[in-house]
Design a binder for this molecule. Structure first.
Ligand code: PAN
Ligand code: ZN
Length: 191
């Protein structure tokens, strides 16, 4: 069973396999199924039906061994599988950092993007292999897979940032990503 390292953390090297979406050494892996994304998809009827029918895996997050502690700089690789629910692209839950701090995402495989919302303004930043997306402090962020293969990216964020998922359920994300005839269509997020 993998786990986070215990401070003090020694200087070390981490191997990143972009195709496998793995980090070595690695810490815990989080698997999110459709049932873990309650309140995220617009079409609740289709959502409930698909949870009851097959409850597919939507995404997974593999962490490095660096823990989420103040002054540390944890990393993780998120893989969002290709798919839709009611036409809406598979996505992460999305969150705000309660301690507003920036974060970078680095594209590894596939095509996707970051929906960002500061409670007022909304932005979409596309991410493909080799592109860095910057998430400034105070912007809630959710990733979507806009392609037909798994979308993978590396995230690097301050260990004290925290993750507030309730903020997104209360305030929305500004935008929703749909697939229409294989094309990404962004629509306003109606609360
Ligand atoms: C990322 C996310 C990861 C999964 O590492 O935590 O992509 O998304 P959710 O946390 O919204 O389920 C990150 O932004 N960390 O801060
Ligand atoms: Zn984050």
């Amino acid at each position: 069973m993998t786990s986070f390292a215990v401070p003090p953390i020694s200087p070390h090297q981490i191997s990143l396999d972009a195709i496998a979406g793995s980090l070595t050494p690695s810490g815990p892996t989080l698997v999110r199924r459709l049932s873990d994304l309650a309140g995220c998809f617009e079409n609740t009827e289709t959502y409930e039906a698909e949870v009851a029918a097959s409850n597919p895996i939507v995404y997974q997050v593999i962490s490095s061994t660096v823990p989420e502690l103040p002054r540390e700089l944890p990393q993780s690789i998120t893989t969002i599988f290709a798919g839709t629910c009611g036409g809406e692209l598979y996505m992460t839950k999305g969150h705000q950092h309660p301690d507003p701090q920036g974060e970078i995402y680095f594209g590894l495989e596939g095509i996707g993007g970051i929906i960002m919302f500061d409670g007022n303004e909304k932005k979409y930043v596309e991410i493909t292999p080799g592109k860095i997306g910057y998430i400034p402090p105070g912007w809630a962020h959710r990733s979507i897979n806009s392609g037909t293969t798994p979308y993978k990216f590396l995230a690097v964020y301050p260990g004290s940032a925290g993750h507030d998922y309730g903020w997104v359920l209360k305030n929305g994300m500004g935008l929703r990503g749909f697939s229409e005839n294989g094309k990404l269509i962004l629509k306003d997020f109606i609360i």
